[in-house]
Structures are given as structure tokens and as C-alpha cells.
Design a protein around this ligand. Structure first.
Ligand SMILES: Cc1cc2nc3c(=O)[nH]c(=O)nc-3n(C[C@H](O)[C@H](O)[C@H](O)COP(=O)(O)OP(=O)(O)OC[C@H]3O[C@@H](n4cnc5c(N)ncnc54)[C@H](O)[C@@H]3O)c2cc1C
Length: 439
């Protein structure tokens, strides 16, 4: 009990220090803008003819917020230019995907428009995919165009290849909103039709989808197959047990230490490693997210770890002394965080922003990221009406149960965070816009 009270106090302390550092950063950005406006100091000189591009690859939790902070912090008329390359037409709000694979009529809320309003500074927006990264330029996939960079941030996250048919529920797997909506509606139809549903993967996405499906369709036989000995195995025993109880209380069959070795969709069964045969009308794969680190494979193969993550220094520069101007953060980076998530991605993005600005100001990067146990905090839904939040420091754990009312998991908050009006998605799409030209 005493250990839990201490952990709770430490958690509050950590959250307060994060809030304080956020407020300090916002204040320092505003003060430096004021100083530039009052001409207290002039923008850094540059002999370069071209703008010095700070290119950000990927505009999700890590890249989008880094792009905005850097753009807002650069002095006016500065020779530096923030360039974002992102293939998605809209921001994909991953947290709601397992639920929207089950529940109809909410799917439009997963696609948040990228808005001009979000950026308070100049950003050049390129809707494309980066095909390769060279020593001083990137190449775009659509037309092979090359864009030079002075600094590069790789924030490509994780997921499968873009045409991955089965990226849901972890990622959408397509770039456009219309196709994304269609993918979600297709999986909803298949789940609705399936009397016997098998969910593979006992991580958060699998547990959430299985419990949502069983709550929405109590008559279905829902089976969760997980290769490890416990669901939510990356977390402490408190969450593992709570997740298992949430599943079994709803009537989900849970099979751990098992793997699917054969799937016969036509005959309607799957075969497990143990030899067990299970009737299956539809299988949803919630396992096997891979970091999207392929862009560095040629330029710096040693920077890619065995797990496919990008090895980084504590400054979040990649672990390659020949390439000090390349940073990586978020899900793609090997930061040692046991539960990569959006909050950790934000935190790391902030470190990168500070370090890029240090270099802009002629200093060496000073800020470092070391994972903190509180970065692993997770909220896990266990069906449509309840959730459990968990944080642990390796010695003790805190669990908070809650009744949930919002079927869309409060998606409007994410829309507002991105300065988009809930839920006016189809009207605004950032298709190849140059935010410089924004009104
Ligand atoms: C089902 C699910 C639920 C989740 N729930 C939560 C939650 O409740 N709370 C929480 O904190 N976290 C949650 N997470 C984790 C969170 O979504 C991730 O940690 C977060 O998305 C990581 O952000 P990121 O910016 O690093 O990468 P991503 O979100 O993966 O984004 C990477 C971006 O890079 C772009 N990209 C990739 N390759 C290229 C390329 N070659 N060129 C240009 N752009 C490229 C992609 O289009 C994408 O926009 C959840 C994840 C899942 C899957």
C-alpha cells in the first residue's frame, strides 16, 4: 500500500514536471518571437542561396508536433525552412482503430484533417512518401524528385507496407481518407457477418478489438489467440491479470502460448501449433507491427537494430557519427521505452525540437531522452463500457478502473488538439498544399 502511495506521488511529480517544461518551452518560444519582432537580436546570417531545409518525414504524433514547434520557433525571415513529407491525406488517429473496426458509423472520426490553423509558422507540406534518404537529400516516391536537407527527422513510426491488406486494426494501410473509410467499413461488415471470430495477438489492439466485438455481439464466439504465456505480456502482472479477467468475464475464449499455423478461410477453420482446430469465419490479425525504418537501410545499415528500429543516441540523433544531422523519434526509434506510445512520441519530439534549435543557434545538441517508467502509462479498454489504466515502475503497479461512456473514445479532443473542427473531415484535405500559401 505504502509503495503504491509513493508511486502515485512520483507519478504526479512527473506529470507536473512535464507540464512545467511544456509551459516553459511555450513561453520561451513566445519570448524569442517577441525579441525578434523588437529586433533585440537578428536572425542568424546565412551565405546559402537555397533555404536550409529541416525535413520531417512522417506527420503523426512525433513528426507533426515536432514540425509545428520548430516552425514556430524559427526566427522570421530565417534561412531555415521546415518541410514535411507525409503520404496520408489526413492524420490517422490510431487509438480508435480497434473500436471503429467493430462499431459502425464512427469511422470518419479516425481521419483528422491537417489544418493550416495548427501550424503557427511556415511549413512546406508535401503529400508524398519518401522513397530513399541520401547523405544530404531525400528522394520522393511519386516523381523521384530530390530535396536537399540540412537537418532530417525520421518519424515514420510503425506499420506494414502501404498496400498491406491487413494493416487494420493497428494502422489503416492506405493513404487516402475515402479508401481508409472503406477499409474500416469492410472489416466492420466482416466482423458483423462472422459467427466465429478469431483475433490473433494479445497486445492492446487485440484485447480491445476482441472485448469490443464480444460486447457488441454477445452471441458470437470470439477467441483470442496469443503466442506468449499471458495477454499484455509487456506489462506487469496487475494489468496482465486485469486484461485476462476483462476478456473472460465477457466470455472471450483466450488461448495463450499458441500460434496459428494454418488458416483455411474457405473451409472455415484455423489450425494452431498445438494441433487444436478452431472454427473460424473471420480472422483479424492484431500482431506484428514493424518499425518503418527501411529508409536508412542503404545509408546507415548499422543504425538499424535487430528488431528493425532505428538506433539512436540519447540526443535522438541516429547512432551514426557520420550523420549527426539525422534524428529519429517516436515508434520507429529504439529509445528503450518498453511501451512505445503517443505520449512518449510527443516527449521525444520535444527533445528533437530543442536539439535542432540548438544547432540552428550554433550549439551542439544538449537535450537527452531516457525512458521514464511513467512514459509507459496505458489506458486499455475492456469492452464498450469499461477501461483500465495502468502504470508501473517495475516494482509496483497502479491500476485505475473506469466506466466509459463515449463510444468514440473522446475523439473530439484529438480533433481539437489538431485545431480541426469535430467532425468536419471531408471538407478539408491537405492534398499537396503548401502551408506557406495558406491564408
Ligand atoms: C490500436 C492502437 C491504439 C493505440 N492507443 C494509444 C493510446 O491510447 N495512447 C497512446 O499514447 N498511444 C496509443 N497508441 C500508440 C500510438 O499510436 C503510437 O505510439 C504513435 O502513433 C506513434 O507515433 P509516430 O509519430 O512515431 O508514428 P506513426 O503514428 O506510426 O506515424 C508515422 C507516420 O509516418 C508516415 N510515414 C511512414 N513512412 C513514410 C515515408 N516513407 N515517407 C513519408 N512518411 C512516412 C506515416 O504515413 C505516418 O503518418 C496506439 C497504437 C495502436 C496501434
Amino acid at each position: 500500500m505504502f509503495a503504491k502511495a509513493i508511486l502515485l506521488a512520483k507519478l504526479f511529480g512527473h506529470i507536473s514536471s512535464l507540464l512545467l517544461s511544456y509551459v516553459c518551452r511555450s513561453l520561451s518560444v513566445q519570448l524569442s518571437h517577441l525579441a525578434y519582432r523588437l529586433k533585440l537580436f537578428s536572425p542568424p546570417p546565412s551565405s546559402a542561396q537555397e533555404p536550409l531545409n529541416i525535413i520531417i518525414i512522417g506527420a503523426s504524433f512525433a513528426g507533426l508536433f515536432a514540425a509545428r514547434s520548430i516552425a514556430q520557433s524559427l526566427p522570421p525571415k530565417s534561412p531555415y525552412k521546415v518541410v514535411v513529407v507525409e503520404p496520408h491525406s489526413h492524420f490517422h488517429f490510431t487509438w480508435v482503430l480497434p473500436r471503429f473496426c467493430v462499431i459502425r458509423g464512427q469511422e470518419h472520426k479516425a481521419f483528422i484533417p491537417y489544418t493550416h490553423k495548427f501550424f503557427g509558422g511556415n511549413v512546406r507540406w508535401i503529400r508524398d512518401r519518401v522513397a530513399s534518404v541520401g547523405r544530404d537529400k531525400i528522394r520522393l516516391q511519386s516523381d523521384g524528385r530530390e530535396i536537399p536537407y540540412w537537418m532530417l527527422l525520421i518519424a515514420t513510426g510503425s506499420g506494414g507496407p502501404v498496400d498491406a491488406e491487413n494493416a487494420l486494426p493497428s494502422r489503416v494501410g492506405v493513404d487516402g481518407r475515402t479508401e481508409g473509410l472503406e477499409r474500416l467499413r469492410a472489416i466492420q461488415r466482416r466482423i458483423e457477418k462472422a459467427g466465429r471470430l478469431v483475433v490473433v495477438g494479445g497486445g492492446a489492439a487485440g484485447v480491445e478489438l476482441a472485448t469490443d466485438a464480444k460486447t457488441a455481439y454477445p452471441e458470437k464466439i470470439v477467441t483470442l489467440v496469443h503466442s506468449r504465456e499471458a495477454v499484455m505480456h509487456r506489462f506487469g502482472p496487475g494489468l496482465r491479470n486485469a486484461a485476462l479477467k476483462g476478456l473472460t468475464d465477457l466470455g472471450v475464449n483466450v488461448l495463450v502460448g499458441e500460434r496459428v499455423v494454418e488458416e483455411d478461410a474457405e473451409a472455415g477453420f484455423i489450425l494452431l501449433k498445438s494441433g487444436m482446430k478452431i472454427d473460424c469465419d473471420y480472422l483479424v490479425n492484431c500482431a506484428g507491427q514493424r518499425p518503418s525504418s527501411g529508409l536508412l537501410e542503404e545509408l546507415s545499415p548499422s543504425s538499424i537494430s535487430e528488431t528493425g528500429h532505428i538506433r539512436v543516441k540519447p540526443t535522438l540523433q541516429i547512432l551514426d557519427d557520420m550523420l549527426p544531422n539525422i534524428f529519429a523519434c517516436g515508434d520507429v526509434a529504439d529509445t528503450g521505452n518498453a511501451n512505445p506510445n503517443a505520449r512518449a512520441a510527443f516527449k521525444q519530439a520535444d527533445i528533437v525540437v530543442n536539439n535542432v534549435l540548438d544547432v540552428v543557434n550554433g550549439k551542439t545538441p544538449q537535450r537527452t531522452y531516457y525512458p521514464h517508467w511513467a512514459d509507459g502509462l496505458i489506458k486499455l479498454t475492456l469492452g464498450l463500457n469499461q477501461s483500465i489504466s495502468h502504470v508501473g515502475d517495475g516494482k509496483t503497479e497502479l491500476l485505475f478502473k473506469a466506466k466509459d461512456k463515449e463510444v468514440d473514445l473522446g475523439a473530439a479532443k484529438a480533433w481539437k488538439l489538431l485545431r480541426a473542427k469535430p467532425f468536419e473531415g471531408e471538407k478539408v484535405a491537405a492534398f499537396g498544399i503548401d502551408l506557406d500559401e495558406a491564408p
